[in-house]
Write a protein that binds this ligand. Structure first.
Ligand code: 7TS
Length: 399
């Protein structure tokens, strides 16, 4: 059996999404910005897709939604543009991000820090959550922007973006949120919350890879990262990714339609799966479920290296993760577990299971059995997991 439980890394393209995209490779390939009939075959479809994308995040017509190549680009764009407009010009000298942002925010913040910008990295608490008060405490009259993700990719923790947005408004500070892990999992509306910029990415909600977007509130437009032609209103030059945009439109429409299912059925599948995993001795889940997206479980198995567990899972046809795929080649401890202050051993034992609307009960039953066998095997050979005479109570040996 093959089981895919790494949907926070990427998702399967929904067949309906693929069907909508397919004609735009070989049959209708005109550049929508050209002035001939070939363009006429694609242009109206881009318009319809953009309407779906606006509707998906409840953007107003006057706002801008700019299609990019990925969320990484959108995140780079926001911070680098803020650097050009506010930091380089000396108007402001400070930005605030959380210490558990995706690397595309952290690495960009570190880059502009190296150019002279002050950066505050907000901590998370023992439950893996950001406290809105910490944003208030960090803001100075030199703060240009606060960037805090809507939901964390590792734990699924939902951060208090509504409150943070209000605080930013109060202090007249720009607010960006990376909503990559929120769209399609929980309701996301830029109308109800005070959000100036919002990042999202099609491949996280059953759309194609290589299509991201940045929402910019009316009057809060940014300096382009890519200069060139007039595509996307001049905010992001480059020939439009026609199939990609059409795919993103269909995917976000479907994700919104499936939201109730995600928040009820998928949540229930996840909860039951997590309950069963937690029956294994010495397992820990940090963030309470009520503060989490419905599809994610980050669970630690004391005494077991995350990578060894992944190996066993992979051999049984199961795809999970020890954290972000972007960071998982370097065998570092899980960054969120470290930020929580988990001891070094525990930080290396976290496994992320992330479900999608395609996940089935049967797949989770199978995964549970494989996990149980892997835990038994790996703890028996673990140098850091000491068995008590009773056989399953344990503690960590001192290092
Ligand atoms: N922001 C968040 C919150 C993410 O989770 C990711 C991808 C990105 C940005 C980057 O998106 P992209 O469109 O540039 O690919 N996160 C993960 C992950 O958790 N495991 O693999 C990729």
């Amino acid at each position: 059996m093959k089981v895919y439980l790494d949907n926070n890394a990427t998702t399967i393209v929904d067949p309906h999404v693929f069907a909508e995209m397919e004609p735009f490779f070989v049959q209708k390939y005109g550049n929508p910005n050209s002035l001939h009939a070939f363009a006429g075959e694609t242009h109206p479809h881009i318009k319809t897709a953009m309407e779906k994308i606006y509707a998906g995040i409840r953007a107003n017509r006057e706002d801008s939604v700019v299609i990019t190549s990925c969320a990484t680009e959108s995140n780079n764009w926001v911070l680098k543009s803020i650097y050009f407009e506010y930091i380089l010009t000396g108007r402001k000298n400070h930005i605030i991000i959380s210490e558990v942002e995706h690397p595309s925010i952290i690495a960009t913040a570190k880059f502009i820090e190296s150019l002279g910008c002050k950066v505050t990295y907000l901590p998370i608490n023992a439950e893996g959550l950001i406290e809105a008060q910490s944003v208030r405490d960090a803001i100075t009259d030199k703060t240009a922007i606060v960037s805090v993700m809507w939901a964390n990719n590792e734990t699924g923790a939902i951060f208090p973006v509504q409150e943070i947005g209000e605080i930013c408004k109060e202090y007249n500070v720009l607010f960006h949120t990376d909503a990559v892990q929120a769209i399609g999992k929980i309701p996301v509306s830029v109308q109800e919350f005070n959000v100036d910029y919002l990042t999202f990415s099609a491949h996280k909600f059953h759309g194609p890879k290589g299509v991201g977007a940045l929402y910019m509130k009316k009057g809060k437009e940014l300096t382009p990262l890519l200069h060139g032609g007039s595509q996307m209103g001049g905010y992001r030059s480059g020939t439009l990714n026609v199939p990609g945009i059409i795919g993103m439109g269909k995917a976000i429409e479907q994700a919104i339609d499936a939201l109730d299912f995600e928040m009820s059925e998928i949540r229930e599948l996840r909860d039951n799966f997590e309950d069963a995993l937690l029956e294994i001795p010495d397992t820990f889940v940090v963030t309470p479920r009520k503060y989490r997206t419905p599809n994610t479980t980050l669970i630690s198995f004391r005494g077991i290296e995350g990578e060894s567990m992944l190996w066993d899972l992979n051999r049984a046809g199961i795809g999970a993760s020890t954290g972000s795929a972007c960071a998982s080649e370097d065998l570092e401890a899980n960054s969120v577990m470290e930020a929580i202050g988990a001891d070094e051993d525990l930080a290396h034992t976290a496994i992320r299971f992330s479900l999608s609307r395609y996940t089935t009960q049967e797949e989770l039953d199978y995964t549970l059995e494989v996990v149980k066998k892997a835990v038994k095997r790996l703890r028996e050979i673990s140098s850091s997991y000491a068995y008590t005479p009773s056989g399953h109570q344990s503690g960590l040996t001192a290092h």
